[in-house]
Design a protein around this ligand. Structure first.
Ligand code: SAM
Length: 279
């Protein structure tokens, strides 16, 4: 039985298992094990943590996570062609890697993992944002995960960490920063992937806070922010007028000028505005 460090290079794995990348599955593989080890180290010590990995593909990041000492890894992969390569990794790490063939949008990770849980993934672009929003908006907080370490297109990463006044500031920034610390941990050029995508990528690291930075009901905050940024160029008194007839008074009470635009409103003020809808 091979040990993890004795497994063949990923280019060989791809060739021997016929894993030509499929665009429809968002397949841009990381084949440099030094790079996957760097990503696996971003969440810190994982020796007492279970890891959820979405879209392991041929297993580069999976190998990184296991070699860096993750207690267990649950890897959910939609493409059955990847399963034999992943089975070889599982064999090299007895009891530490469980692979589920399926759609990450439909698998409940808590049925398979024991907290504390970290999520670490080079996400398929087509479902990345949807998964992130899901992980950021569970019915209860804290969520099932402690940290999210996720690869996105650079432009999406910027939308997660942007602040008021930044061009990229919007719903994703508010949702992420309301209950998490969020930072860009690593930037990667297209050439880091096989095949190279058209755009640069970045790894975002989010740490769940024990509670929200400012009080607000999650459903109300989400509604206010989604409506405000839906027409981001409009003044808020116009963009939000469908929410309440007295929206100008509510904006003023929340410390927001009714003529302000969503892209300049800080998180705290959005929370104050959301609270006005509790009454
Ligand atoms: N983690 C690998 C790496 O870094 O080389 C592969 C990353 S690739 C960007 C995304 C992977 O997600 C592909 O292997 C693809 O088959 C898989 N995938 C796509 N949609 C998925 C879904 N809904 N659920 C689970 N895996 C999915």
């Amino acid at each position: 039985m091979a040990r993890i460090d004795d497994l063949p290079p990923l280019r060989e794995v791809i060739a021997s298992h016929g894993l030509s990348a499929r665009k429809a599955l968002g397949q841009n593989f990381l084949l440099d094990l030094n790079l996957t080890a760097r990503i696996a180290r971003i969440p810190g010590d994982l020796s007492r943590t279970d890891v959820l990995e979405v879209g392991p593909g041929p297993g580069g990041l999976t190998r990184g996570l296991l070699a860096e000492g993750a207690r267990r890894v649950l890897a959910i992969e939609k493409d059955p062609r990847c399963l034999p390569a992943l089975a070889e990794i599982a064999e090299a790490c007895p009891g530490r890697l469980q692979v589920i063939e399926g759609d990450a949008l439909e698998v409940d990770p808590l049925a398979h993992l024991t907290p504390p849980i970290a999520v670490c993934a080079n996400l398929p672009y087509n479902v990345g944002t949807e998964l992130l929003v899901r992980w950021l908006t569970p019915p209860d907080w804290p969520p099932f995960w402690r940290t999210l370490t996720l690869m996105f297109q650079r432009e999406v990463a910027e939308r997660i960490v942007a602040g008021p006044g930044d061009k990229a500031y919007g719903r994703l920034a508010v949702l992420a920063q309301w209950r998490c610390d969020a930072r860009v941990a690593l930037s990667l050029p297209p050439g880091a992937f096989t095949p190279p995508p058209k755009v640069s990528s970045a790894v975002v690291h989010l740490t769940a806070l024990p509670g929200p930075r400012f009080p607000a009901r999650a459903d109300l905050l989400q509604r206010v922010v989604a409506t405000a940024f839906n027409q981001r160029r409009k003044m808020l008194r116009a963009a939000l007028k469908g929410l309440a007839p007295d929206i100008e008074d509510r904006l003023t009470a929340a410390g927001i000028a009714p003529t302000e635009r969503a892209e300049r409103v800080p998180l705290e003020a959005f929370c104050a505005l959301a609270r006005s809808f509790e009454r």
